[in-house]
Design a protein around this ligand. Structure first.
Ligand code: PEP
Length: 251
């Protein structure tokens, strides 16, 4: 059956020293506890290897927030999926709305990144979600369908079954506005149906679909009480143990 997952996305926050302190703090806070969900932290590239070495990776998985759409070579400043994997990170966040909007990541580019991530043994946490105008125009179902189809639906059954989806309505990211639990459930069910129509019901049933967008200790319980909401991708509230731990413990 599908896993419950709480994943932090630190974005471009924390120096190496601060990041290590945060990771170690979370690691300590989880000692002697058995969370009822997988816990992941998405750190900047520069922190990955040090964070992996500093924590119990059986308890906390480590994610990169991006990887290159090229295997290797003359691509100054890029970080390949193989490089990410070589740090001991097991996950990579791909298709975050900030990458789509600010770095012009197209569905084609994301498709290549997903393939390279999988080829290097990384689990993609693939982000989808509509902007406010699309939600207001009632197009959110079509938008997420298109995002899934264009980047993921050429994958084999076996490869698709390794993907984690994060539904993140762009209007809820970093804004303090959260989708209601009913809105999240409605679109997560829809996403699951879309997956079932391409692959099969068991693959859809086994796919973890996370909600992201201003999730915090106050709203997490209601959101994850919905049957199709399998956890969260957390931005702002993942930047302190004090805010992140109660989210992990909501299950
Ligand atoms: C995110 O960017 O993935 C996110 C969900 O951010 P926040 O929790 O800050 O809205």
């Amino acid at each position: 059956m599908r896993k419950n997952i709480i994943a932090g996305n630190w974005k471009m926050n924390t120096t190496l020293c601060e990041g290590l302190e945060l990771a170690k703090g979370l690691n300590e806070a989880l000692q002697g506890k058995t969370p009822k969900c997988d816990v992941i932290i998405g750190t900047p590239f520069t922190h990955l290897a040090s964070v992996v070495a500093a924590i119990d990776t059986n308890k906390i998985g480590v994610a990169a927030q991006n990887c290159a759409d090229k295997e290797k070579g003359a691509y100054t400043g890029e970080v390949s999926a193989a490089m990410v994997a070589s740090t001991g990170a097991k996950y990579v966040i791909l298709g975050h709305s900030e990458r789509r909007a600010y770095y012009h990541e197209t569905p084609e580019i994301l498709k290549t990144k997903v393939i390279l991530a999988l080829a290097n043994g990384l689990t993609p946490i693939f982000c989808i979600g509509e902007v406010l105008e699309e939600r207001e125009a009632g197009k959110h179902f079509d938008v997420v369908d298109e995002q899934i189809k264009s980047s993921l639906f050429d994958l084999s059954r076996e490869d698709f079954s390794k993907i984690v989806i994060a539904y993140e309505p762009v209007w809820a990211i970093g804004t303090g506005k959260t989708a209601s639990a009913d809105q999240a459930q409605e679109i997560h069910t829809h996403i699951r149906q879309t997956i079932a129509s391409k692959y099969e019901q068991s693959i859809a049933d086994n796919c973890s679909i996370l909600y992201g967008g201003s999730m915090n200790a106050g709203n997490v319980k209601e959101l994850v009480s919905k049957p199709d909401v399998d956890g969260g991708l957390i931005g702002g509230a993942s930047l302190s143990v004090e805010n992140f731990l109660p989210i992990v413990e909501a299950f």
